[in-house]
Design a protein around this ligand. Structure first.
Ligand SMILES: Cc1cc2nc3c(=O)[nH]c(=O)nc-3n(C[C@H](O)[C@H](O)[C@H](O)COP(=O)(O)OP(=O)(O)OC[C@H]3O[C@@H](n4cnc5c(N)ncnc54)[C@H](O)[C@@H]3O)c2cc1C
Ligand code: FES
Ligand code: FES
Length: 1335
């Protein structure tokens, strides 16, 4: 290797401060640098792969050519610091801070309730802030576009978008779409009939500080001078293992490319970065011509446009938009096709980082642009020291034929894209699991040229992505069709030929084989229709138009900016103004979330001597461990120790959970050992070197079916029964039987499991900081693992960055693992699970197999139901038995079935152990109920809603487990939902739409809900609080609940404020820990506010009673004076509060009990449109009516409902975990597991809190943390409705199985048609599929 000069200084700015890095290491990324070197922890790590946006920062660069400053968002996790020379970076800390001044973006996101856990908030702030730096008065579309690369798992996005919309030119906040009235007018929205005023204002815009774009920090003048320096020279940054070289000009670049032909050219690093991080690629030298003027240009001629390889995809977008606005339409068909895909390719951050050159050269098989560029006859302009040459961007290049490749010393200078011509059509087509920011399942670029004035094919090109290891060309097919007329016969032949030419083997990586085969021809059909339409436009007499019914097949769903109305009961005008209960109070930490000052565990500063932990997990589902060889790992620099089962001083196996695998492994992903090292990079490197020898064991059980075959269960059957089911079946008109599969779900909390375990010098004490829902459990497991009493273990939880049930039991296991490491090494342990490890190890929602047998009358009355549930529990007990109990208890949902039996058992398999997840079994179990209702409706020629109505509980009744309840609020929610959403009228309109459209169908569904809160075991419902009043009058509240983003602490402050009759500002809530409140139960089951509220209330009332004599003596005194006086009178100003818990019970022997303190009711209705050709769907509208009784904080409650709904909608539609037949989880990050983004939420999203009474709970409120989740199933059943319409039209069977999730694959393959009939089918016994379902 030629020698390199010594390292140069890397100079860039962060938040206006100059950073000079003398030893810049090319392997160091900006996210790490910000968080660990500069200690700017506002920017968050969540995925490390550019897919979530949590690490978004703004990069600004000065362009000496245009003399303009360019601001753009990037994901810091993919930006090598060496690429930042001369750039200014702005992080959330640089935007605003509580210590100085908060920025309007931060203020509005907080005040609009756009933050819950706050982990995504800094990224959201940076995306909106960057947009405002470029467009101070953005359009709503720009807001939605700017947020497309940012994931939020809590809020459901609606309030985030709304906060952004407050910056738009016209006030777009008014949500009464099309009504001509303002939603903010409270009088207009009152339901006078019920004597209850309804409010719609969750925040007050008048409180917002004005936004003045002129007040933003200036770009550092020094960087301008650097950029304009005529004596710039080559820069070299030498790291420990790698070298980064920034050439000074094009010649220099060519020189370097000759010297280091194997070195990658780093532009956006969005292809190279992930390969290094996740596929262990290594490059000793990087060449980075980022910013090299010669690569940035647009050159437009009469024939086409040449675009510099350095242009980012965002700049390419802008350039194409300009060209499209300038050129006649017939010349711009390729550009239009590219623009369409550029809108949805990744998120805004990646589009601003990734470059045209990088995209073309990296040739991802899923590329959205290359198939179109090839179809548009683009060429690549190359340059090397040898000179310039052009190569076609064609099939051979995309298929990576060696002779069509770049030579290693060549660089792409630019890409030439010719204009389209008159008798020439170009299209881009794609379908992905999610509309934006998701790799295509299949995409295509197609073009056809006709003999002038005819429909005779002169030239045809078809390129497909995601059908093989590279983009492929259907060149033979195209060749054979030359000279043919563009008609149905040609199409039919084309489909047959292309299916022959492009073969996806049955075991192909990525799975979905039959679906992808179908897409190949479905997309071709779309292209066929588009071209026919285009020909007709050119000569309507010569070329007949496509049937009117087919027109809607032409376009993809548009991306709209969501809007909606949130309605809740106004506060009683007689309530004292200081009393915050019932008001939409902002989350206690909201401003800190948006400024990045809210501290999460990994934001805590380094502790002296701390070590980082990396895990080594099992690669086998069931195997004997023959050997663990740690020698190579221990020999690596920085490695301090490897910890195995041998090192556990106490119990390694506790309550059936194993901390470190010993002798055998029982799932892929089980922790075998951990490596402790001075840095995470060292720990991870060493973890890769641990060698484990396995010997596979039988049986290996992965699916529920396999578990049933092996009789493999985690616990005994749970059953409830009423009436006489067998007898009833004898007297019914009809009986149906069916099976429903519901797959699992990943929590995808934005903050991965993170633990700081700090061993203390004295008395074997151990302190743990972690985000958990159940500190007592952590304490218990750590005590067991270390064999020390619980009083030596202190757990601290300030906040968790989302939890959703995933932080109930798993932190205990991980806490024990890290505490053992801390104990063994005697040093603090920082254990941050990478996203992939988190998804692999901690598992998620239980997949379900539901079986039903239903007896019913021809009028829709269900007389008998026999239900069986089996869930995939995984390899250890965790909470599976409890989940099954809940599932069985709630199985009847809102329906009274006189003869009802439900039985369920959790299966033991060799998958990671599934665990609690919002709704705790209900969202899965109830799909079975709604599925058989739908099937009954179909048999009786009724609508599902009619059958629901007929069988719904109508009066005070007893549940199947014999608990009395009054369903009045259920009926009200249901009725209002149908009426206020104009369900019947819209259903008719959808039917009309369906009659007129063959390939797109609309569907509507409404679902009622009877949900439960709390636990059937009384002692789990207890809670405690500790309240101190200090002598200055300030109050510190502690209680047993953890803040997970659900606003629990905010509500507790509201409670304390009301009870003590003091302003909220007097009250502080710092954290939850085991030293102030002991033996706390979990924060789950929607009962956080219920039980902790009662405990806080109790403590405050005790204190208030103690203060009463003092107040009586001086009734006009101030709070401070009373406290001072009380102290002087030796009155204790500190007390615990306690809530014994709801007195619930359940006798499983009898199958009866008052299992729940109360029920929560609700209903939702959704309308979708389905693309029958691709399986895509669009959620047009959702209306939710939720029985909130009296809402303590409507903003928090609506936030919970909306967030849970969107999470539920994701679960029922796009979130899909993929397992290999050997039990390996493939989906381990945002690239291959898609949670909803801003583009998935309903275009119109209305939520109403319905008022009722609930005297048992604090202030007559109800726990609403989970209930919204199941309401997401209205989307699943709306899809079912739309698919049913398609099937009816195609003369297919009425009843069909639609499992969950209703992915594009499932939708497409259920809409059977001539295309699905054409594809080759494989005999399942002849191959092993890439992935399997585990339900
Ligand atoms: C989160 C995420 C989501 C994504 N989503 C999508 C998507 O939906 N659809 C899609 O199509 N793509 C998607 N991508 C892929 C993305 O489009 C490509 O990674 C990107 O275009 C590569 O460009 P880059 O500048 O970052 O390349 P780099 O990573 O910098 O370089 C990639 C390769 O190109 C070579 N190279 C770069 N420039 C030149 C040049 N001028 N001359 C010669 N060689 C060069 C390098 O040597 C290297 O081998 C996604 C990527 C990420 C990270
Ligand atoms: S952490 Fe960078 S995008 Fe997710
Ligand atoms: S608030 Fe967005 S992830 Fe929690």
């Amino acid at each position: 290797m030629p020698s390199l000069s010594n390292s140069d200084e890397l100079i860039f700015f962060v938040n206006g401060r100059k950073v000079i890095e003398k030893n810049a290491d090319p392997e160091v990324y900006l996210l790490f640098y910000l968080r660990k070197i500069l200690h700017l922890t506002g920017t968050k790590y969540s995925c490390g792969s550019g897919g979530c946006g949590a690490c978004t920062v703004m990069v600004s660069r000065y362009d000496p050519k245009t003399k303009k400053i360019h601001h753009y968002p990037v994901t810091a996790c993919l930006v090598p610091i060496c690429s930042l020379h001369g750039a200014a970076v702005t992080t959330v800390e640089g935007v605003g801070s509580i210590k100085t001044r908060i920025h309007p973006v931060q203020e509005r996101l907080a005040k609009c309730h756009g933050t819950q856990c706050g982990f995504c908030s800094p990224g959201m702030v940076m995306s909106i802030y960057t947009l405002l730096r470029n467009h101070p008065e953005p359009t709503p579309e720009q807001i939605t576009e700017a947020l497309g690369g940012n994931l939020c798992r809590c809020t459901g996005y609606r309030p985030i978008v709304e906060s952004g919309k407050t910056f738009c030119a016209e006030s777009t906040v008014c949500q009464m779409k099309g009504s001509g009235k303002c939603c903010m007018d409270q009088e207009e929205k009152s339901f006078t009939s019920r004597q209850e005023k309804m409010c719609t204002k969750l925040y007050n815009e008048d409180e917002f500080q004005p936004f003045d774009p002129t007040q933003e920090p200036i770009f550092p003048p020094e960087l301008i001078r650097m950029a304009e320096d005529p004596n710039k020279r080559r820069l070299t940054f030498r790291g420990k293992r790698t070298t980064w070289i920034t050439p000074v000009n094009l010649n220099d670049l060519l020189e370097l490319k000759t010297s280091f032909p194997e070195a990658p050219i780093i532009m956006g690093n969005t292809a190279v970065g992930p390969s290094i991080k996740f596929r262990d690629e290594f490059h000793p030298v990087f060449i980075s011509p980022l910013g090299l003027q010669e690569l940035y240009f647009v050159d437009s001629t009469d024939d086409g446009v040449t675009i510099g390889a350095g242009y980012s995809l965002a700049q390419l977008n802008d350039a194409l938009r300009f060209i499209v606005s300038e050129q006649p339409k017939e010349k711009t068909k390729t550009y239009h096709a590219l623009l369409k895909h550029l809108r949805t390719l990744a998120g805004a951050q990646i589009r601003n980082m990734a470059t045209l050159g990088g995209h073309v050269v990296s040739r991802p098989n899923y590329s959205d642009l290359n198939p179109i560029l090839a179809a548009g006859n683009a060429t690549i302009n190359l340059i090397s020291k040898e000179g310039k040459r052009q190569i076609p961007l064609d099939g051979r290049f995309l298929e990576k034929s060696p002779e069509a490749n770049l030579k290693s010393e060549e660089t792409v200078l630019s890409v030439y894209i010719p204009h389209s011509t008159q008798w020439h059509f170009v299209s881009g087509l794609r379908i992905a699991q999610r509309q934006e920011n998701a790799f295509a399942i299949v995409n295509a670029g197609m073009s056809v040229k006709f003999e002038d004035g005819t429909d005779t094919i002169k030239e045809l090109q078809m390129f497909y992505g995601s059908v093989g290891p590279t983009v492929v060309s259907a060149s033979k097919t195209c060749q054979q069709l030359i000279g043919r007329k563009w008609n149905d016969q040609m199409l039919s032949d084309a489909c047959r030929l292309v299916l022959d030419e492009i073969y996806i083997p049955p075991d192909a990586e990525g799975g979905m084989v039959e679906y992808r085969r179908t897409l190949i021809i479905s997309l071709l059909f779309k292209f066929y229709l588009k071209v026919r339409r285009g020909l007709n436009k050119m000569d309507p007499h010569k070329f007949p138009d496509i049937p009117e019914k087919f027109v809607s097949a032409l376009e993809d769903f548009p991306i709209e900016t969501p809007q909606g109305i949130q309605m809740f009961q106004c506060v009683d005008p007689h309530q004292p103004p200081q009393d915050p209960v019932g008001h939409p109070v902002m989350h206690q930490s909201a401003i800190k979330h948006t400024t990045g000052e809210a501290v999460f565990v990994d934001d805590m500063p380094p502790i002296s001597q701390e070590l980082f932990l990396a895990v080594v997990t099992s690669t086998r589902a069931h195997a004997k461990i023959i050997l663990i060889d740690t020698s190579a790992a221990l020999a690596l620099p920085g490695v301090v120790d490897v910890i195995t089962a041998e090192d556990v001083p106490g119990d390694n196996s506790y309550q059936g959970e194993i901390f470190y695998a010993q002798n055998e492994v029982i799932c892929v992903g089980q922790i075998v050992c951990t490596v402790a090292a001075d840095t995470y990079a060292h720990a991870k490197e060493a973890a890769k070197k641990v060698r484990i020898v396995y010997e596979d064991l039988e049986p290996r059980i992965i699916t529920i079916e396999q578990a049933l075959e092996h009789n493999s269960f985690l616990s005994a059957e749970k059953k409830i029964e009423q009436g006489d089911v067998e007898q009833a079946f004898k007297y019914v008109d009809q009986i149906i039987e069916g099976k429903v599969h519901v797959e699992g779900q990943e929590h995808f909390y934005m903050e991965t499991q993170t633990i700081l375990a700090i061993p203390q010098e004295e008395d074997k004490e151990m302190v743990l900081h972690l985000g958990t829902q159940f500190q007592t459990h952590v304490q218990e497991y750590v005590a067991a693992a270390l064999s020390i009493p619980r009083n030596r273990i202190a757990c601290h939880t300030k906040r968790a960055g989302g939890a959703f049930g995933g932080k109930v039991s798993k932190p205990a296991l991980l806490g024990a693992v890290s505490a053992v490491a801390a104990k063994k090494t005697g040093r603090p342990i920082r254990f941050i699970l990478e996203r992939g490890d988190d998804m692999l190890i901690t598992a998620g929602r239980h997949p379900l197999l539901g079986k039903y047998k239903i007896g019913f009358m021809n009028n829709g009355v269900i007389k008998a139901a026999d239900i069986e549930y089996y869930i995939n529990g995984g390899c250890s007990p965790d909470e599976s038995e409890l989940v099954m109990e809940f599932m069985v208890l709630r199985s009847e949902n809102a329906y009274y079935i006189p003869n009802f039996r439900c039985r369920g058992r959790p299966c033991k398999t060799n998958l990671p152990s599934n665990t609690a997840f919002r709704g705790f079994g209900f969202p899965q179990g109830i799909v079975v109920g709604e599925a058989y209702i739908t099937a009954v409706a179909s048999q009786c020629d009724l609508t599902p809603e009619q059958v629901k109505e007929i069988n719904m509980y109508k009066r005070t009744s007893r549940t199947a487990h014999k608990q009395t309840f009054n369903p009045e609020p259920l009926r009200r929610c249901w009725k209002e939902c149908l009426e206020k959403s104009s369900f019947s009228a819209r259903k008719l309109a959808a039917e009309e739409f369906n009659k007129k459209n063959y390939w797109k169908k609309r569907g509507l569904a409404a679902v009622p809900m009877k949900f439960t809160v709390g636990m059937p075991t009384a002692f789990y419902n207890q809670a405690a609080a500790l309240v101190h009043i200090y002598l200055d009058g300030s109050v510190l509240v502690s209680h047993s609940g953890c803040e997970l983003g659900q606003g629990l602490h905010t509500k507790m402050i509201q409670v304390a404020s009301r009870e003590l009759n003091i302003p909220e500002s007097y009250i502080h809530l710092s954290e939850t820990n085991t030293t102030t409140v002991s033996n706390a139960t979990f924060t789950a089951g929607s009962m956080g506010t219920d039980i902790n509220g009662k405990a806080v209330q109790n403590a405050c009332q005790i204190l208030k009673a103690r203060l009463e004599p003092v107040i009586r003596k001086n009734p006009r005194g101030t709070w401070e004076a009373w406290i001072s006086e009380a102290y002087k009178e030796s009155i204790s100003l500190s007390t615990t509060g306690y809530f014994k818990g709801y007195q619930t019970n359940m006798d499983w022997k009898k199958g009866e009990g008052n299992a729940f303190p109360y029920f929560v009711y609700g209903a939702s209705c959704s309308e979708v449109e389905v693309d029958c050709l691709t399986g895509a769907h669009k959620l047009l509208r959702t209306d939710i009516f939720m029985d909130a009784a009296f809402s303590i904080n409507p903003a928090v409650d609506i936030g919970q409902i909306e967030g849970a709904f969107v999470q539920g909608m994701g679960f029922y539609t796009i979130e899909e975990l993929k397992y290999s037949p050997e039990g390996v989880l493939y989906s381990r990050g945002p690239d291959d597991y898609k949670i909803p983004t801003v583009t998935e939420i309903p275009e119109e999203f209305n939520v109403t809190l319905v008022h009722s009474q609930n005297p048992i709970a604090i202030y007559s409120s109800k726990g609403l943390g989970e209930a919204g989740m199941f309401l997401g199933s209205s989307v699943l059943f709306a899809i079912y409705d739309a698919v049913a319409a398609a099937r009816r039209e195609r003369g297919l069977t009425k009843t069909f199985t639609l499992s969950s999730p209703a992915t594009p694959e499932l939708i497409r393959m259920t809409c059977v048609d001539q295309f699905t009939d054409m594809i080759p089918r494989d005999d399942p016994s002849t191959f092993t599929p890439w992935s399997i379902h585990v339900s």
